[in-house]
Design a protein around this ligand. Structure first.
Ligand SMILES: [Mg+2]
Length: 230
């Protein structure tokens, strides 16, 4: 075995909590619009707006906030009150200010790996927000490179891993099959899926083709054993 030359990590819901804040805001959004739509209907309309807007706003809280406003306008035939729009904007700002919570075991695992491999953080989302969260996490110095990208495709991984000797010697770890695992495998890298309890519907994938380069664990600490066996 040639071994690995670079290890990459996703950030949101891999190193720290993220989706739970979106869920809390979405609950609040459903309460605000309870008189106009059933929760399931509203959730479906919001997901449709978010997906539709990805190409314009990219991933992240700002796009989510604008999509909530758009959905509120849509389901009320543009009769939603300015006070509700104000509350939605407040929710978005609150999310952008919310302190992050790093998962157990992340600091020690990254420190162990950083002594042996260059580590790369690969995350999508709002540039300011991802930079803020990384700074707050205290993990920034463990990474050789930080890539805040607009989307995670096989080409994205190929380009980044190309700077570290190529995808065949790279490993990508993350919680999202759609963004972290499948495109990294398609680029030729190894991948470690670390599922999180909460996954945004957009990131869900029905079928994952089997691959000898795909690994699964429920605990980021176990990634060290997985890497040792590659
Ligand atoms: Mg993630």
């Amino acid at each position: 075995m040639a071994g690995l030359s670079v290890i990459a990590f996703d950030a949101d819901d891999t190193l720290w909590h993220n989706e739970r804040f979106f869920r809390l805001s979405q609950q609040r959004f459903q309460e605000l619009l309870a008189a106009h739509a059933e929760p399931d209907q509203l959730a479906a309309r919001l997901l449709a707006a978010e997906t539709r807007n990805l190409a314009l706003y990219g991933f992240g809280i700002k796009g989510f906030t604008l999509s909530m406003i758009e959905t509120a306008l849509e389901i009320t035939d543009r009769r939603i009150g300015a006070d509700v729009i104000g509350e939605i904007l407040d929710m978005g700002r609150e999310m952008l200010r919310h302190p992050i919570e790093v998962f157990d075991g992340v600091g020690e695992t990254l420190a162990t790996l950083a002594a042996r491999y260059p580590l790369v953080l690969i995350t999508k989302g709002d540039l300011f927000d991802q930079e803020r969260k990384l700074a707050q996490s205290g993990l920034g110095e463990l990474f050789t490179a930080v890539e805040i990208v607009s989307d995670k495709t096989a080409a994205t991984y190929g380009r980044i891993f190309g700077r570290f000797g190529g995808a065949s010697g790279a490993l990508m770890a993350g919680n999202s099959l759609r963004s972290d695992i499948l495109p990294a495998l398609a680029a030729g890298a190894h991948a470690v899926h670390i599922p999180h309890d909460l996954t945004w519907d957009y990131e869900r994938v029905e079928d994952v083709p089997p691959s000898p380069r795909l690994h699964l664990t429920d605990d980021i600490r176990k990634i060290i054993d997985i890497i040792d066996k590659i």
